[in-house]
Write a protein that binds this ligand. Structure first.
Ligand SMILES: C[S@@+](CC[C@H](N)C(=O)[O-])C[C@H]1O[C@@H](n2cnc3c(N)ncnc32)[C@H](O)[C@@H]1O
Length: 300
């Protein structure tokens, strides 16, 4: 067995054990209710362990060849997704970019290694702590700054101060997507670029709406929504690439990995407490109800 697979199997067993432990914990201490905040979502033991065990603390999908079955090695596919983002930004070395919702900082680190100067913001305390630690570990403090920042409220940052702004699987959490876009428009220099790697909704079932609410993604845009909102904010040269097929290997893996625990959680009526497992399995079982897209536009 390949070392990565053996390691993943061990991590899977550890993950299932941790889920049961977290079940006991969450039964006693769940505070998220029906409308969790972003921080509730990412602070939960399930999220922390899931991202750590499966995604190496990087909180975004991998990009695969169309038709590929195996999701391994996951880290390589995640770097491919970061490369895709970098290519879509299409900025000269030395350009200044805002990473809005930077998580543990791995996308920022990729961009900095490519020569961009990155200002990274996030609202989740342990992600900020991780990002700072990771930037330091990679000796990139001169290329990346990490600060608390909510993309709904970026008044502290001056107008026209960035050549590019990107969100990697973050904008789906926006409470007010139009307000965020207006902020990004203000912060960009004329000719500056936005790139979003996000999901949108093709068919919205009641179950999906419930999952989106529990994962604080209740305002995820419907198909066509990005184009309208982005143009309404004043951006031009809108392009969209549908990458749904190219992220399927990882989501299929999530679906298979989570299937048995999810069925058990459903039997016990506690599936809402394991939102990542539920989202992974339901997304795979209803593949096609949503898309994974890369959206790009330019400030006029
Ligand atoms: C799925 S994670 C992606 C993290 C990172 N972009 C990556 O690819 O690894 C979503 C991130 O968005 C952040 N986030 C959500 N709402 C935000 C907001 N209003 N302002 C800034 N960051 C936000 C979360 O804290 C979380 O770190």
């Amino acid at each position: 067995m390949e070392p990565e697979r053996r390691w993943l199997r061990l991590r899977y067993i550890a993950g299932v054990m941790v889920m049961f432990a977290s079940l006991l914990f969450s039964l006693a201490a769940s505070k998220s209710g029906d409308s969790p905040t972003v921080q509730d979502l990412y602070e939960s033991l399930e999220s922390r362990m899931g991202y750590w065990l499966i995604l190496g603390n990087t909180r975004h999908c991998g990009l695969y060849r169309k038709g590929q079955i195996s999701p391994f090695p996951i880290a390589k596919a995640q770097r491919a997704m970061e490369e895709k983002m970098y290519m879509r930004l299409n900025l000269k070395p030395g350009s200044k970019v805002l990473d809005a919702g930077a998580g543990s900082g791995f996308v920022a680190i990729y961009m900095a290694r490519k020569g961009l100067s990155v200002q990274a913001v996030d609202i989740t305390p342990h992600h900020l702590a991780d990002a700072k630690k990771n930037v330091k570990k990679h000796h990139l403090e001169d290329k990346i700054t990490v600060d608390y920042g909510d993309y709904h409220d970026l008044d502290a940052l001056p107008d026209a101060s960035f050549d590019g702004i990107y969100t990697m699987e973050t904008f789906v959490h926006a409470d007010d997507p139009a307000k965020v876009l207006n902020n990004f428009y203000r912060l960009l220099k004329p000719g500056g670029v936005i790139v979003f790697h996000e999901a949108d909704v093709v068919r919205l079932s009641e179950k999906f709406h419930h999952i989106m609410r529990l994962s604080h993604c209740q305002n995820t845009l419907k198909q066509g929504g990005y184009e309208k909102l982005i143009k309404d904010a004043g951006f031009i040269n809108f392009t969209l690439e549908d990458l749904t097929e190219e992220v399927l290997p990882l989501w299929r893996f999530f679906g298979i990995l989570g299937y048995l625990p999810y069925q058990l959680f459903k039997l016990l009526g506690i599936q809402d407490r394991f939102i990542n497992v539920m989202a992974g399995v339901e997304s795979w079982m209803n593949w096609g109800d949503g898309r994974y897209i890369s959206v790009r536009a330019v400030k006029a």
